[in-house]
Write a protein that binds this ligand. Structure first.
Ligand SMILES: Nc1ncnc2c1ncn2[C@@H]1O[C@H](COP(=O)(O)OP(=O)(O)OP(=O)(O)O)[C@@H](O)[C@H]1O
Ligand SMILES: O=P(O)(O)OC[C@@]1(O)O[C@H](CO)[C@@H](O)[C@@H]1O
Length: 313
């Protein structure tokens, strides 16, 4: 399999703090150790693919001393990197885990600002990387001064070179990306509702919305729904996979683990239902880990049979 290329235009150091009982509008003191992990959606996808012994190159934009530190940590994990360096500093994203409710609250910084030259350089890099790639993963928010059409442009580039794309984005960036008809998208329920402009109160409503996207030329639509699992839809197959019960430690990176597992499953010619089970299991294991730590291949293999799949059509 040719390498998977992950693009993280707005990487982050994830700072995770555990609070026994997080109080809004009050002083919350941290008593446990603070966990700091390299993050950003594409980087998390790369971490999982590395765990899955799959060739991956983590690309995107990086900047400042924190950026250097982040890149070093990613490389220390054995992941090949190929970033464009920009002025400005990589952001720090705060993740607050309430130990009582098991809920994760995320406070993400906007990140650095890019120049016209930075945009040109990253576009050229991606074009070159597409000469030897199986998948292009486009994940996460974009920096200041980057156009909302950016992923859409990369999807067109990848198509010209015969590379499949998986898009995991939000808001306008997702909207434009969908217009370019990527191979797959993985919104979470909230992101899909925002895109559609209305609440999707049940599985039927999610399936109907997803099928409309398939009608527009996207081959695979995955909607992740946290504890309720995920819906997987293609033109001919649809299923709902429910996860097994876990004690969530930090759900950060759960969706990214699904994206990685999807690329892995396609690369290894898994069936549709195997792909859906792998993706859900990968997300679930990652949600049971602290900070931005991700699932391993063995953990996913061992837990695969614990997810419950119901065929939708
Ligand atoms: N509390 C939970 N219990 C069991 N599984 C969970 C839980 N939270 C997440 N998961 C698993 O992880 C998958 C992805 O979760 P979710 O829908 O929260 O993704 P996401 O919002 O894209 O996450 P992120 O953007 O933080 O990576 C779910 O489909 C499910 O399999
Ligand atoms: O602000 P974005 O780019 O939308 O999301 C960034 C982020 O929340 O996504 C990852 C989890 O999916 C974290 O590692 C990171 O902090």
């Amino acid at each position: 399999m040719q390498p998977v290329i992950t693009i993280t235009l707005n990487p982050a150091m994830d700072k995770t703090v555990m609070l026994p009982n997080f109080q809004l509008g009050a002083l919350n003191r941290i008593t446990n150790a603070v966990q700091v992990d390299p993050g950003g959606k594409g980087i998390n996808v790369a971490k999982v693919l590395q765990q899955f012994n799959t060739k991956v190159i983590a690309s995107g934009l990086i900047g400042g001393d924190l950026g250097k530190k982040l890149q070093k940590q990613v490389e220390k994990l054995g992941i090949a990197t190929d970033f464009v360096e920009v002025d400005g500093e990589v952001r720090t994203n705060l993740k607050i885990v309430d130990e009582q409710t098991k809920q994760t609250t995320e406070i993400n910084e906007p990140g650095f600002t890019v120049s016209i030259e930075d945009k040109q350089q990253i576009k050229e890099k991606i074009s070159n990387l597409m000469d030897n790639a199986s998948f292009l993963i486009l994940s996460g928010s974009i920096p200041n001064e980057m156009e909302a059409e950016v992923y859409s442009n990369y999807i067109h580039l990848a198509k010209e070179k015969g590379v499949k794309t998986i898009l995991d984005a939000d808001g306008l960036v997702l909207k434009h990306g969908i217009d370019a008809k990527p191979f797959a998208i993985k919104p979470n329920l909230y992101e899909l509702e925002k895109y559609i402009g209305k609440k999707l109160p049940n599985v039927e409503a999610v399936v109907e919305a997803g099928k409309r996207l398939i009608g527009r030329g996207i081959e695979l639509v995955i909607v992740s729904m946290g504890e309720a699992g995920a819906i997987f839809l293609t033109e001919n197959d649809g299923c709902h996979v429910k996860p097994f019960s876990i004690t969530p430690k930090s759900t950060v990176g759960a969706g990214d683990s699904m994206v990685a597992a999807i690329a892995y499953a396609y690369g290894n010619h898994f069936s549709f239902s195997e792909m859906a089970a792998w993706a859900t299991t990968a997300g679930t294991i990652t949600a049971s880990k602290s900070g931005t730590n991700v699932c391993s291949l063995k953990e996913v293999r061992d837990a695969l049979s614990k997810v419950q799949t119901s065929q939708l059509y």
